[in-house]
Design a protein around this ligand. Structure first.
Ligand code: ZN
Ligand code: MN
Length: 486
């Protein structure tokens, strides 16, 4: 466990917008399965004389994000040049926004699960300082690792992709809280249909960290959600060790090595004035106030509201509501299933079982719904309710459908998953009692684990095709029957 006393973390989160074309040219943003440098033009390659033309869709999406994060959208935006050289930035400057960003002063609520409160999180408010737009640079592909590479290749397909940068105040207090915040951010943005957190590189984070009021270090370009927590934990320990040895933390920019899980010094931290920001002379200021009310009406029900509604409308637990509303595809799937069958049962089977199986396979809910339709899921739950299959049979069907496809009834037949009748279960119960005299005696002397053991034996004998609850009852009944006979 990292000691997190006096820790302050602020994040700069770069979210990629789901526009069809880039921010300042008409090149396609759909580069993920393309050869390098096939989605490029004079503008996004920064060739002399090429002029930027603003993509209005990107501005609308950025405003939508800002509103969903509770920000005050500004009346006017101005694009600026941020001047620096790097091979992935062919113009020698990045077009971003400095003094006139899209929005200021937002707020995101998170449930911060601290270890002392038994997992039930306390609400924390994380302030959003600003939301601005900028273009993505290209991508450097190092031949070797970043420190040992002899050369690197550049792919400009990503150059000019619209990004929204969301900057928090240094309100986060631990790596875990940072991860929870990013999860919440991903969740909110995913609801807006302008961002897809499943896409590679969809969210990239720079983190500012200080301990005990010392200087802050910035860790650049962390590209995975897990990476953020690990990078921060490493950085906090590094800074605390410096302080303990009486040394000072220097203000610097560090690189996160994902493979080794460590941060490395890149350069002493530059200051904002080093970038010589000035208004982009090829673009005019853009008034956006008239767009705001129209876009506000497009904001859908967001995760927090949906969670509250699920709890009151479907009488499900807070934990289930949390799990079901985290991503919009899961929430929609749940509501469709719940409209056709038992809402409580649906919640448990989607939040506890289906999501667990998806995590295990590292597939998203969207991919899952291509393999298990709403109707198929409803069919599984209906068979379960009618006692046609047991819990174990239902889980088996879900796994089979995720891995190989198929239909519930066909899988029940093919794999022989239909639950056995009570007569057959009773037979197995009697057999188990006879074969496990010791356990039966233990149970009679009050050891409840012995009963669990016996239930397990019956489940094994019936290959999971008896309902554990029934087996439990049968065992108790048969054991007391034998007792009375003695
Ligand atoms: Zn282009
Ligand atoms: Mn940035």
């Amino acid at each position: 466990m990292t000691n997190t006393d006096g820790v302050k973390i602020g994040l700069e989160c770069h979210a990629q917008l789901l526009t069809k074309s880039k921010l300042f040219c008409s090149c396609s943003t759909d580069y993920h399965n393309s050869e390098p440098n096939t989605h490029v033009c004079a503008t996004c390659m920064g060739l002399p004389g090429a002029l930027p033309v603003v993509n209005e869709q990107a501005i609308r999406y950025a405003i939508k994000m800002a509103l969903a994060l509770g920000c005050e959208v500004q009346p006017e935006i101005i694009f600026d040049r941020k001047n620096y050289y790097y091979p992935d930035l062919p113009k020698g400057f990045q077009i971003t926004q400095y003094d006139f960003p899209v929005a200021l002063n937002g707020l995101v609520r998170i449930e911060s699960a601290s270890d002392s409160d038994g997992g039930r999180g306390k609400e924390r408010e994380i302030r959003i300082r600003r939301v601005h737009m900028e273009e993505d640079p290209g991508r450097l592909v190092y031949k070797g690792t970043i420190d040992t590479a002899k050369y690197s290749l550049v792919d400009y397909n990503r150059s000019g992709i619209p990004l929204v940068e969301i900057v928090t105040e240094p309100d986060l207090r631990s790596p875990k809280e940072a991860r929870i915040f990013l999860g919440k951010l991903r969740s909110i943005l995913g609801y807006l249909s302008v961002f897809d957190g499943d896409l590679e590189g969809a969210m990239r984070v720079d983190a500012n960290i200080s301990v005990g009021g010392g200087e802050r270090a910035e860790v650049k370009n962390i590209s995975s959600y897990k990476g953020v927590e690990r990078a921060l934990a490493f950085e906090i320990t590094r800074q605390k060790n410096l302080v303990r040895r009486g040394l000072k933390v220097t203000q610097e920019t560090r690189h996160y090595d994902e493979v080794r899980g460590i941060t490395l010094s890149m350069r002493t931290k530059e200051f904002e004035h080093d970038y010589r920001y000035f208004p982009e002379p090829d673009l005019v200021p853009i008034h956006i106030s008239e767009l705001v009310e129209e876009i506000r009406r497009e904001i859908p029900e967001l995760p927090d509201e949906k969670k509250s509604r699920f709890i009151t409308q479907y009488f499900i637990t807070r934990e289930h509501a949390n799990a079901l509303t985290f991503d919009i595809n899961t929430a929609n799937f749940y509501e469709e299933v719940a409209s056709k069958t038992d809402a409580g049962l649906s919640a448990a089977w989607i939040a506890d079982v289906l999501k667990g199986e998806l995590n295990y396979r590292a597939i998203s809910m969207r991919e899952a719904t291509e393999r298990i339709s709403v109707d198929a899921f409803v069919a599984i739950l209906t068979y379960l309710k009618k006692g046609v299959i047991t819990d174990r049979g239902a889980t088996e069907i879900i796994r089979e459908m995720l891995d190989h496809g198929g239909k519930p009834d066909e899988i029940i037949n093919r794999k022989g998953l239909a639950s056995i009748g009570s007569a057959e279960a009773e037979k197995a119960v009697l057999q188990v009692i006879m074969e496990n005299e010791d356990a039966v005696e233990d149970y009679k002397t009050g050891k409840n684990e012995a009963l669990n053991f016996l239930v397990g034996q019956v489940m094994r004998k019936t290959r999971g095709k008896a309902a554990p609850k029934d087996v439990n009852e049968m065992l108790k009944r048969q054991i007391s029957k034998r007792e009375n006979r003695k």
